[in-house]
Design a binder for this molecule. Sequence first.
Ligand code: DOR
Ligand code: ZN
Length: 360
Amino acid sequence: MAAERLTIRQPDDWHVHLRDGAMLAAVVSDTARQFARAIVMPNLRPPITTVAAARAYRERIQAALPDGCTFTPLLTAYLTDTIAPAEIAAGFAGGVFTACKLYPAHATTNSAAGVSDPAAIAPVLETMERIGMPLLIHGEVTEASIDIFDREAVFIERHLQPLLQRHPALKVVLEHITTTDAVDFVRSAPANLAATITPHHLHINRNAMFSGGLRPDFYCLPVAKRELHRLALRAAAVSGDPRFFLGTDSAPHGRAAKETACGCAGIFNAPWALESYVQVFDQENALDRFEAFASVFGPRFYGLPLNEGTITLEREPQLIPAQLHRNDAAGRAIELVPFHAGETLPWRLATPLLRGVAAG
Ligand code: DOR
Ligand code: ZN
C-alpha cells in the first residue's frame, strides 16, 4: 500500500523572494513554517549590494518572524557591473552573505542594475572561486532577438559554459532550470555545477499561461516551457542526482500587480510548497527520494550542516483557496493568488515548524 505519512529531515528552500516591508510581513511565515533555512534573493528596490544593506535586511526579516521562530535567512549579494570583490569577500567572511546572485541586466523583476556581461566581472568571480562562495545564476539572455523560450538554452551556450571554463573551481547554481538543455548540461558538468528546480516548473508547461484565456498567475521567469521539458525536470528532480535540489523561487506580487496591462513575473508557491513538491515525487513513485532532494543535496552543495529536526507530511487532501487575504502591519489588505489556487492537493504538512500559523 502507498505510504500515508512521510517523515523527512527538515528541508530548506535554496531560492526564495521574501521581499521587504508590508509584503515581507505578509509572506515570511509561509516559508518559515516549512523550511529551516532559505536562500533569500537580493532583488529588492534598491538591490542588496553591500554588507550593511544585507545586515539591515536580515534584521528586518527576523523582526517580521513570529517570536521564538528559529528560521534562518541566508542572504545573497546582488552582483552589479561595479560591485567590489572586497565587499563580497567581507560579507562572506562575516557570515552575512552566503552566496552572490547574478541577474543579467533586465532579465527579470528589479534586475536593471544587474550584470551587463558576466565576462566583465571576472575579478569578482575569481575572488568567489578562491574563497568558495557560490554563484547563483538567473540563466537567461535578454536580447529581444532571442525567442523567450530559447533564452535559457542560449545563456548556457553563450555565457555559462565559458564562465565555467574560466572559473573551473567556482561553485555555481543554475537557478530555476526549465529545459532539457539545462538538465543535460548540469548532468554532464563537473560536480561544482548544480541546479534548483521549482514546484511550478514541475507541474505546469507553457500551456498553463494560455488555457482558456490569458493567465497571469502562471507567468514567471524563466517562463514554463514545452511538456517535454517539464518531463525532463521531473525526471531530474526524482533521479537522486545530488546536483538537483529544491528551490521554490516563490515570488509574490499582489494581485493587482499581476492582473494588469504589464503584469509582473512570479508565482507565489510558498504556502503549499512542500505539498506541491511531494505530490510530484509521489506521482513519480519516488517518495523515497524526496528527503534527499528537499533536505540533503542543498546543504551538502553549500557546505552547510544538515538540519537536525524532522517534518511529517500526510496523505490528506486539502483545497487550496482561490486567493489569500493578508494584512500588512498597518492593517492594509494584500491579496495574493497562491500556486494551485482552486485545486485539491493530496498531501498536507502535518507538523508545521511554526505552531499556530496555518497555511494560507
Ligand atoms: O518569476 C520571477 N519572479 N522570476 C524571477 O526571476 C524574479 C521573480 C521576482 O522577483 O518577481
Ligand atoms: Zn527568483
